[in-house]
Ligand binder design. Structure first.
Ligand SMILES: NC(=O)c1ccc[n+]([C@@H]2O[C@H](COP(=O)([O-])OP(=O)(O)OC[C@H]3O[C@@H](n4cnc5c(N)ncnc54)[C@H](O)[C@@H]3O)[C@@H](O)[C@H]2O)c1
Ligand SMILES: [Zn+2]
Ligand SMILES: [Zn+2]
Length: 399
């Protein structure tokens, strides 16, 4: 049997690559399963969602093996796996879903009712998501494999596009879900808050859906410069010119049709002074201000129920000063939650294979080795305009 190594959360601000157990065909409760596969991990990405844990902004247990963005090759399968074969190259939705419960049957795979005894919704390597071992590792278990896995049809062609296809496990479907739930369609004007990988994936998705103008906002000038190079309009929220005025300077009016929050609860305030502090309701409040009446707001940005590092007592339990009355008065629709990845990953795979979207370039994919993961975490945390993709077996970094 092979050994295994993975990225482990040691303490706030620190991850290390350590020897971990080789996966067993059992669920986190110790029950033996036959519906799972063991994957040799081909690529696994570092996500802004991981950063919330590593910054100590969640109740994640020390010692957690991280990683929910996984692409891999099947090396072992249980006797109940019928559709997937050993050797298949597969994309793993970051949600763990059973395919049998009411949520899964309705394709709300982000809130599967059975894979996490504590609350609806499961994920690999994530706090409060059912204790499924993370996949920033050499090998990982994927349960309910027939339901969860997306087989990449042609391994050779897929390996040529692996830098793009690695984004199918989370950020591309997440950005796309943000754009779809914001009502983006042909001719839409769109504002995306956040120029991290999810914001850029949302912007690229809005373009794929036919948006007329996509404006990306952040306070990080390097990330905005990168977004501009990718063909998006940009606004800098650390300037004292308010967001609606910056939007008006681009569109000729201070409102957009659709908006996407790709920031979440660690949002900074706006303006020269505001930017110095965290202000968790800023993005939600500013989106209600700039979205037209009857518009929709997609909220893939993460909000938590417990935040040990919150700026005030209310925010410690996820209660924010949201100006809900404004959204109500403008008849806004809001869409929150974990992305039901499976709803979109097949179509987005085709969009990648047929060159309809160049997601790796848009998000700035940079491939690193497993041993370099701690450096990837710290550079990503410092806000470089990159999406770090770990290549644990050095399968494609040479290509
Ligand atoms: N819903 C889901 O299923 C899902 C999936 C993946 C990621 N996420 C969440 O999406 C969010 C973004 O992920 P990421 O990987 O791009 O993270 P990231 O941390 O790299 O990017 C967030 C960006 O927001 C910027 N920002 C901070 N305050 C801002 C403000 N007021 N206005 C505009 N920009 C601001 C930051 O400078 C940063 O560049 C995170 O909260 C992550 O947890 C959710
Ligand atoms: Zn992610
Ligand atoms: Zn389910």
């Amino acid at each position: 049997m092979s050994g295994n190594r993975g990225v482990v959360y040691i303490e706030p601000g620190k991850v290390e690559v350590r020897t971990i157990d080789y996966p067993k065909m059992q669920d986190p409760r110790g029950k033996k399963i036959e519906h799972g596969v063991i994957l040799k991990v081909v690529s696994t990405n570092i996500c802004g969602s991981d950063q919330h844990m590593v910054r100590g902004r969640t109740t994640a247990q020390l010692g957690l093996v991280l990683g929910h963005e996984i692409t891999g090759q099947i090396v072992e399968k249980g006797s109940d796996v019928e559709r997937m074969q050993i050797g298949d190259l597969v994309s793993v939705p970051f949600n763990v879903a059973c395919g049998r419960c009411r949520s899964c049957k309705e394709m709300h795979t982000g809130v599967c009712l059975t894979v996490n005894p504590a609350r609806p919704g499961g994920a690999y390597g994530y706090v409060d998501m059912g204790d499924w071992t993370g996949g920033q590792a050499e090998y990982v278990l994927v349960p309910y494999a027939d339901f969860n896995l997306l087989k990449l049809p042609d391994t050779d062609k897929a390996m040529e596009k692996i830098r793009d296809l690695t984004c199918l496990s989370d950020i591309l479907p997440t950005g796309y879900h943000g754009a779809v739930t914001a009502g983006v369609g042909p001719g839409s004007t769109v504002y995306v808050a956040g120029a991290g990988p999810v914001g850029l994936a949302a912007a690229a998705s809005a373009r794929l859906l036919g948006a007329a103008c996509v404006i990306v906002g952040d306070l990080n000038q390097a990330r905005l410069d990168h977004a501009k190079k990718q063909g998006f309009e940009v606004v800098n929220l650390s300037l004292d010119t308010p967001l609606h005025e910056q939007i008006a300077a681009i569109l000729g009016e201070p409102e957009v049709d659709c908006a996407i929050d790709a920031v979440g609860f660690e949002a900074r305030g706006h303006g020269h002074e505001g930017a110095k502090h965290e202000a968790p309701a800023t993005v939600l409040n500013s989106l209600m201000q700039v979205v037209r009446v009857a518009g929709k707001i997609g909220i893939p940005g993460l909000y938590v129920t417990e935040d040990p590092g919150a700026v005030d007592a209310a925010a410690k339990s996820g209660a924010l000063s949201v100006r809900f009355g404004l959204g109500w008065a403008k008849s806004h629709s809001f869409h929150t939650g974990q992305t039901p990845t499976m709803k979109y990953n097949r179509q987005l795979m085709q969009a990648i294979m047929w060159d309809r979207i160049n997601i790796a370039e848009v998000v700035g994919v940079q491939v690193i080795s497993l041993d370099d993961a701690p450096r990837g975490y710290s550079e990503f945390d410092a806000g470089v305009p990159k999406k770090f993709v770990i290549d644990p077996h050095k399968t494609f970094s040479a290509a």
